[in-house]
Design a protein around this ligand. Structure first.
Ligand code: SAM
Length: 186
């Protein structure tokens, strides 16, 4: 059986991440993906985990309290350049778009910040690095974000990246799907 959409997002990170890598969780939320990435990179690696909501960071810090390779950043992922040293290279980054589960549904990822972060991240990635995005578009803001993202990524040069869309075409049309941008060259 092909892997489910959410599980495959993790596999895409797992396939390339090694101990000691710099990894990014662009949407920390409750910290499930942050913890997963921190386990992948191990004690010698580092995870930068962003969220604009203090409530999310607090929950994630509690979930990851036994790990000391995570830097929680209470700021928009659009400002990632402020936190990545110019000589550091990122191996993999994950996004879970949308709103914080059980949180305020009016606070959600937004196309401009998401696209800005993807562009900035790409410039900090190693060759072969991956930006993995789970797109939730069953809510109105998610639909707008999905459309903006699809338009932006469709225009990306195929010489610099290969971009995968992973979804099951016989599920309801708003079912989440996974995107993966794999860097070829800058
Ligand atoms: C779907 S949730 C993430 C769920 C998370 N992966 C988990 O394991 O629980 C999306 C999160 O993105 C955050 N977010 C929205 N806009 C953001 C931005 N510009 N920068 C960083 N985080 C943002 C929201 O506050 C929310 O917590």
């Amino acid at each position: 059986m092909p892997e489910r959409v959410l599980s495959y997002a993790k596999t895409l990170a797992e396939e390339i991440a090694d101990e000691g890598d710099l990894l990014v969780d662009a949407t920390c939320g409750n910290g499930h993906d942050t913890k997963f990435l921190a386990e992948l990179t191990g004690k010698s690696g580092n995870v930068l985990s962003f969220d604009i909501q203090k409530e999310a960071i607090d929950k994630a810090e509690e979930r990851c309290k036994d790990m000391n390779n995570i830097e929680f950043i209470h700021d928009s992922h659009a400002h990632i350049d402020r936190y990545v040293h110019k000589h550091s290279k990122i191996k993999a980054a994950m996004f879970n778009l949308g709103y914080l589960p059980k949180g305020d549904k009016s606070i959600t990822t937004e196309p401009a910040a998401t696209i800005e972060c993807i562009s900035r991240l790409f410039s900090h990635m190693v060759q072969g690095g991956r930006i993995i995005i789970v797109v939730y578009h069953g809510h109105p803001a998610g639909k707008i974000e999905k459309e903006a993202l699809t338009e932006f990524l469709s225009g990306w040069s195929q010489k610099s990246a290969q971009i995968l869309e992973y979804r099951f075409i016989n599920q309801m049309s708003s079912a989440p799907f996974t995107l993966c941008i794999e860097k070829i060259i800058d």
